[in-house]
Design a protein around this ligand. Structure first.
Ligand code: PEP
Ligand code: MG
Length: 843
């Protein structure tokens, strides 16, 4: 027996694993160890050994020592998402390294900006009887200093072939095919390791001609076992047959769970996933609400075969390039025809197509004699495994996007295009274990009633697309979904999270009645949305649309928008290598203005910088992006950029249709600076009049000085999303604070009230264009406070107009005044709940 000293691989602050903001590491699922919050970007080998994993993203590395101990270093948390950005590997998998050799270099700034945390766990894969001692105390540690010791190390190296074990001991083995969607990744491997540890026998897993200790999660992951791969389990020891049986059972269990996987973080108010077969009802998680009756229609994913070997690397590289280009062109075409949601998702897929680490991995495999399809699939699956290893539901949902891109390219290699429309019967209720984004967009919406998935998540791209298509969707239903006979009639109550799989004839008739009355109500809402909107007492309230592009403009016109209350022009500026020129901007703005018809367009000047960086602008690194150079501050710091945007906006015909809105205002001087430029350009362009200028009220400073700001502008528009984040000092994107970042907090309402009062006193229109405008509980309060224009996403317009038509402003005013004195957002919402029936009652 001996011990092994493990050195600190980085300089930084040493801390226990409990401080790592990730359940997998803090819960020691991958083994025991310590963490370092690094102050330098050089990772050295903590001991001598062989590099057994170093993914293309180079965010993690594991070393196997001569004694068979696996040491994993994972640089930061969620760093796989950086896809190699900021990381530079200094060694390759399979290399033998000495303690102190450089393994990875990384850019602290880049990684810190892109990662959830820099905390770097250094863990030892669990090994029977081996413990950590002499742990370094919390505090500063320099790379190369001893971090901890491991021991006692058994004489027989755990990774040695089990065949070398004593022949006298009993041996057993078993084989199976891995049906885990994403192969043998961290979670099933952790489950196996726990099971294997309860036996005296030494258990190994064998695949691809390699062997891994079944007690080591890292070693099992490094086997790279993928969906459909064969796996042999071997055990040697007194209880070998029981050990093999237990590991096979654990794998079966993992595969059942995997096929019925529910998302790790169900949405608020979601129904827990539990199949209740026998009762005729299956429970699911609500991804998109709604109610439908239809015919169960199962779709199975097509299997695409690939050829593993090829002797002609040059041909395979050319084939891969051709396929990538074809898919890129096709996706770009699809993106141009869909709405904003679809475009954003396709853009993410386009990123994957050009991902350097994926391409590098695929080219490496082709150079090693593999076919293009095999190489591409292997490269994609490698990245998926890295995502899976993080044990995060969101990451798993990203894996589906990668699978989608994989399928596109494999089909293109086979010379096929994905069929744009999959055949569906009328009123199809689509059943599947899971769906890929391109699969949902290929469905015929006219025939699709609802979607029910065995797995899936509420925040996946598929869920987002279903919401954009307004298709009710349940996810996480589990294996019970497979019991439904294809073609049978089912009722999807996607408001209550229930799927009725054996409805009686009477149930079906009743449900059809519900579907029909809801349909008629929607039609009536849409039809009524085209007329102007007045409250019960005749007060005029304008309902405008928030837009990001031309597809949104078409949806806005369809839903009865009376104008565009917020055109987020950032879409033209971000995610590109050079700034859009004046003519390009003019074409985009004019197209949107034309699509909307004869209504005003409030064009927000570029709200960039901060959390919306531009690659072509040397913007400073921000400690607190939300509090740095963003909005009008960035625009004024880059006058050329602002001038080009102003010229494009002012040239939109007819003159006067476009009004300008200034984002992130904190004082009147900012408005005067923009006004100065606008006046200069008005003269330069010989325009027939003065363009209207508005200020976004998004900072407490602007709300509190709204009276002064009114003197500089023609209208005010309250950006409640930012106003809430700055008032409550809660990041609007913070997951844990999401429930508390509520614009109905009385502090935010008081700022909205003082803004509205200032606007009313000055005779200036006060609008709200933040998310709160579409919150039905907020609407009576906002109208009561004096807001007379609401700007919301196009789909929300019909219901919003219907609500306003049932409100009396005087009662709204009384409610609003009581809400201003409430103690919390919860109290405000309770007050609205109590009053809303009276507020909305017709006379
Ligand atoms: C807001 O802050 O409320 C707003 C409308 O602007 P954005 O959400 O684009 O920051
Ligand atoms: Mg804002």
């Amino acid at each position: 027996m001996s011990t092994l000293k493990v050195m600190a691989p980085l300089t930084g602050w040493c801390a226990p694993l409990d401080e790592v903001p990730d359940q997998v590491f803090a819960g020691r699922m991958l083994g025991d160890g310590l963490a370092i919050d690094p102050t330098s970007g050089v990772v050295i080998a903590p001991c001598a050994g062989e590099i057994i994993t170093l993914p293309a993203s180079a965010h993690a590395v594991s070393i196997r020592t001569a004694q068979g101990i696996d040491v994993l270093i994972h640089i930061g948390i969620d760093t796989v998402e950086l896809r190699g950005r900021g990381f530079e590997p200094c060694v390759k998998p399979g290399a033998m390294v000495r303690a102190g050799d450089e393994l990875i270099r990384f850019d602290l700034d880049v990684v810190a900006r892109g990662a959830k945390s820099l905390m770097t766990p250094i863990v030892i894969a669990p090994m029977d009887g081996v413990t950590i001692s002499q742990r370094r105390a919390q505090g500063l540690v320099a790379a190369g200093e001893i971090l901890f010791e491991i021991g006692p190390i058994p004489q027989h190296a755990m990774s040695q072939p089990l065949a070398a074990a004593a022949a006298a001991e009993s041996a057993a083995s078993g084989t199976l095919t891995i049906a885990l969607r994403h192969g043998l990744h961290a979670r099933p491997a952790a489950m196996l390791a726990n099971r294997a540890k309860t036996f005296a026998a030494q258990v190994s897993l064998n695949a691809h001609g390699r062997s891994a200790n079944a007690r080591s999660v890292v070693a099992m992951m490094a086997l790279g076992v993928r969906h459909g791969d064969g796996l042999t389990i071997q055990a040697i020891g007194p209880d070998a047959p029981q050990a093999v049986a237990a590991v096979v059972a654990a794998l079966d269990e993992a595969m059942t769970m995997d096929s019925a996987a529910a998302p790790a973080a169900p949405a608020a108010g979601a129904v827990p996933s539990a199949a209740q077969a026998g009762t005729g009802v299956l429970n699911g998680i609500v991804a998109v609400g709604g109610f439908e009756v239809g015919r169960a229609t199962r779709i199975e994913r097509r299997k695409i075969d690939v050829v593993e070997h090829s002797a002609n690397s040059a041909h395979e590289v050319a084939e891969l390039e051709r396929a990538l280009t074809n898919v890129r062109l096709r996706l770009q075409r699809v993106a141009a025809t869909g709405g904003a949601t679809r475009r954003e998702i396709i853009e993410a897929h386009l990123e994957f197509l050009s991902d350097p680490s994926l391409q590098e991995a695929a080219h490496g495999l082709i150079a090693a004699g593999k076919g293009a399809g095999f190489a591409w699939r292997s490269a994609v699956r490698q990245s998926i495994s890295a995502l899976e290893a993080l044990g995060d539901a969101r990451m798993r949902e990203r894996a589906d996007d990668l699978l989608d891109v994989e399928a596109h390219v494999l089909l293109a290699l086979a010379g096929e295009a994905r069929p744009m429309i999959m055949p569906l019967p009328e009123q199809a209720v689509l059943l599947a274990d899971d769906l890929l984004p391109s699969e949902i967009t290929a469905l015929d919406r006219q025939r699709l009633a609802a979607i029910c998935l065995g797995a899936g998540g509420t925040t996946s791209h598929v869920a987002i697309l279903a919401a954009a298509m307004e298709v009710p969707m349940l996810v996480g239903i589990g294996a019970g979904l497979r019991e439904i006979a294809d073609g049978s009639i089912v009722i999807v109550d996607a408001d209550a999270g229930r799927l009725h799989i054996k409805p009686s004839a009477q149930d079906i008739e009743q449900a059809r009645g519900t579907v029909e009355s809801r349909r008629l109500a929607r039609i009536a809402q849409r039809a009524a949305a085209r007329t102007e909107c007045r409250a019960l007492d005749g007060t005029r309230v304008e309902v405008f649309a928030n837009l990001g592009n031309i597809a949104d403009a078409a949806a806005a016109a369809l839903n009865g928008a009376e104008g565009c209350g917020l055109l987020r022009t950032e879409f033209l500026f971000i995610d590109r290598e050079t700034a859009p020129g004046e003519d390009e901007q003019l074409a985009a703005y004019q197209g949107i203005a034309n699509a909307l018809g004869d209504v005003p367009v409030i064009l927000r000047l570029m709200d960039v910088g901060g959390d919306k960086p531009l690659r072509y602008l040397a913007l400073p690194h921000e400690e607190n992006p939300a509090l740095g150079m963003r909005g009008v501050r960035t625009a004024l710091a880059h006058p050329d950029l602002l001038r080009a945007q102003l010229r494009a906006a002012l040239r939109v015909a007819p003159f006067g249709k476009v009004r300008l809105l200034i984002p992130m205002v904190t004082d009147a001087a900012e408005i005067r600076a923009v006004r100065g430029m606008v006046d200069e350009l008005t003269r330069e362009l010989s325009l027939p009049g003065r363009v209207e200028l508005g200020a976004m009220i998004e900072t407490p400073a602007a709300a509190l000085t709204a009276a002064r700001i009114c003197g500089e502008v023609e209208f005010l528009s309250i950006g409640s999303n930012d106003l809430t984040q700055y008032t409550l000092a809660m990041d609007r994107g913070h997951a844990e604070l999401a429930r508390r970042t509520d614009a109905l907090h009385p502090a935010v309402l008081n700022l909205i009230a003082s803004t509205a009062d200032a606007g009313t006193a000055a005779g200036k229109l006060v609008a709200v264009c933040g998310g709160v405008a579409a919150d039905s509980q907020a609407v009576p309060i906002l109208l009561g406070l004096g807001v007379r224009e609401l700007s919301v996403v196009p789909a929300a317009i019909p219901a919003l107009k219907q609500q306003i038509r049932g409100l009396r402003i005087l009662e709204c005013r009384e409610l609003a005044i009581r809400c201003l004195g409430a103690a919390s957002a919860g109290e405000v919402r309770a007050l609205v709940e109590k009053t809303i029936a009276n507020v909305g009652e017709p006379t």
